[in-house]
Design a protein around this ligand. Structure first.
Ligand SMILES: C[S@@+](CC[C@H](N)C(=O)[O-])C[C@H]1O[C@@H](n2cnc3c(N)ncnc32)[C@H](O)[C@@H]1O
Length: 493
């Protein structure tokens, strides 16, 4: 965000935010031009910075693992097996590690190490996330509970952070072992080479989650993990990191199940759904990665028109514009890995430059949002501006879903209307009936996708869904209902 803010003050002239009243106004001509212009300026600034940057910035991003007494520990992912006959002496380990580390810093970094990665996501998006990761080149990506697993090198980890629209975080599995007692967690944390990622110069936060764990207190488990990390670093380096739960440099996640514990290094920092553009929240906004997930599940073709008649603060449509323009979701936000030891700032800049060079300058089809509430439209327009999109890229207008026309002959309507519990039931029924009437009369050829926790919504709309995808919006059990509006004789329920 700092980068984004600086770029913003450097550059742009605002266009008038006034939107056309006509539903058939001209299609946006240079939607991504603003994003691209900012990207170019940012690239120039980064090039200047890199000229001034000290050579140390080019340090290897993932220093090799510190060697430890072979007998005392479990092996960690990606770590080579010890050569037969070699048995490092504990008394010399720290010196040997330091020499090894120093040598690697002076020479070419090894990026060959492969890490097991877990990327959590909102429940219901697992298959879509695995497909996204495969499309990003992570061929062994497969869906897991509330996430997806795959293997990749460190560059792949940076790319997953930069490009994934559906993941909530990118976690690197650094240790896994049996855990039937809290002290097992302490041992596992003590056996893990944290010093390759962070030390006393970083602040630390540990989070713990569990499924069917027999442990009495997750808080105590969390403390054991923290103790293990800090004890190891104090023993190895003479000092331990301070704990900072608000803005830590390094984050570790402990996950417990019936009989085992897994420790993950969080490479994302703040959750990935925080793209950096949202300040204006509106009423019950969707998280950005859930909005991107709805677009993925709906099968929206980014060359086709997109509409949200209950757009609120504009989340679905702004995500849609970024997808259509190829704006990488992480391009303007900071990441946790930037604050870890050995971060290779130059390599990261190169990856971002490459990503920026693919941002398109214009949208092929209209993207249009309506909301009854003028404050929501103000919020959506402010968010559009912060997302580096030109005011004409997405048309946000005050309008009533019950009467607004479609912006093109065919397209995708993807929306998150107010949930039933927010509305008095008579008002609710009236709204659904009138909206369904508008859809049936004016939206033939449209693909309509609605997320709701009201399982009776199709009945209230008197429309039969082609598909219903179970998914969670936070803690709310929802469905994404997909309808195809056909020209005549659409089958009422
Ligand atoms: C759940 S919120 C949408 C939140 C949005 N997805 C976001 O991320 O900000 C529902 C929105 O529907 C709007 N709304 C309610 N009745 C409407 C109507 N008849 N026509 C258009 N918008 C309406 C509300 O003002 C509210 O902003």
């Amino acid at each position: 965000m700092t980068d984004a803010k600086t770029g913003k003050t450097l550059t742009l002239k605002k266009k008038s935010a006034a939107a056309s009243d006509s539903a058939n106004a001209d299609r946006p001509k240079r939607a991504g031009a603003r994003a691209r212009q900012v990207a170019q300026l940012e690239r120039q600034r980064e090039q200047q910075r890199s000229l001034q940057a000290p050579a140390a910035e080019a340090a290897p991003m993932a220093p090799p693992p510190a060697r430890q007494p072979a007998a005392a520990r479990k092996r960690h992912p990606g770590e080579p097996a010890p050569e037969p006959g070699t048995r490092p002496q504990p008394g010399h380990l720290q010196d040997a590690d330091a020499a090894h580390f120093g040598a690697r810093r002076r020479h070419e970094p090894s990026r060959a190490e492969i890490f097991p990665v877990f990327t959590p996501c909102p429940q219901g998006l697992e298959d879509a996330l695995a497909a996204e990761m495969q499309a990003l080149g992570f061929e062994d990506a497969e869906p897991a509970r509330a996430g997806c697993r795959f293997h990749t090198d460190w560059t792949g980890i940076l790319r997953a952070n930069l490009y994934s629209r559906l993941a909530t975080r990118v976690l690197v599995e650094v240790a896994h072992g049996p855990a039937r007692h809290e002290d097992d967690i302490l041992d596992l944390a003590m056996d893990t080479p944290w010093e390759r990622w962070f030390g006393a110069e970083q602040t630390l936060r540990v989070d713990t989650s569990a499924i069917r764990s027999p442990m009495q207190s997750l808080q105590y488990c969390n403390l054991r993990a923290k103790d293990g990390i800090c004890d190891r670093l104090r023993e190895r380096e003479g000092a331990r990191p301070d704990i900072d739960t608000v803005r830590p440099d390094a984050r570790v996640h402990l996950f417990l199940d019936e009989d085992s514990a897994t420790l993950y290094l969080d490479t994302s920092g703040e959750s990935l759904f925080k793209r950096g553009w949202r300040l204006e929240k509106g009423e019950a906004p969707l998280r950005e990665n859930l909005a991107a997930g709805l677009l993925a599940l709906s099968g929206w073709d980014p060359a086709q028109a997109l509409m949200d008649p209950f757009c609120g603060s504009g989340t679905i449509l702004i995500e849609g514009a970024w997808i259509a323009l190829g704006v990488p979701p992480g391009i303007w936000r900071p990441f946790g890995f930037e604050r870890l030891r050995g971060h290779d700032a130059r390599h990261w800049r190169d990856l971002k430059d490459e990503a920026r060079s693919h941002i398109a300058t214009q949208l092929d089809s209209p993207i249009v949002g309506y909301d009854l509430d003028p404050a929501a439209i103000d919020a959506a327009r402010a968010n559009l501006e912060r997302a580096w999109l030109t005011p004409d890229s997405i048309r946000f207008e005050i309008g009533d879903a019950r009467s607004v026309p479609p912006p093109a002959e065919t397209g995708w309507l993807v929306t998150n209307p107010p949930y039933g519990e927010r509305l008095p039931s008579e008002e609710d029924t009236g709204l659904w009936r009138a909206w369904a009437q508008n859809l049936k009369q004016n939206y033939s050829g449209w693909n309509v996708n609605i997320i709701s926790n009201d399982m009776d919504l199709p009945r209230a709309l008197r429309l039969k869904p082609l598909r219903r995808y179970p998914l969670y919006n936070g803690a709310l059990d929802c469905r994404l209902f997909s309808f195809e509006m056909v020209a005549a004789g659409y089958r009422d329920k």
